[in-house]
Design a protein around this ligand. Sequence first.
Ligand code: ZN
Length: 96
Amino acid sequence: MTNRRLSALLLAAVLLILLVSTALLAAAHTDHDCAVADCPVCQTLAAAVCTLKLLLAATLPAVLAAARAARCRTADALVPAAVPRTPVRLKVKLSN
Ligand SMILES: [Zn+2]
């Protein structure tokens, strides 16, 4: 595995852990009833929401590019089925 792939894999793992932990934190405090002005739970939830928004803004172009690449790959896979398989296209030598 190359260094670029390993770095991408580590970055994706860190982003996934951050996303899951932030979502779990928000889910754990869904029924939070706040009575204090400077509540640490509310501040943490606000930071979590801000983190999720930043992650969405940072990863949305990459997700869209990956979806577009997958759609192009699927279209490329479908094109050979539409092209007729002639001996010329298959480069078959007809020497008889
Ligand atoms: Zn609170």
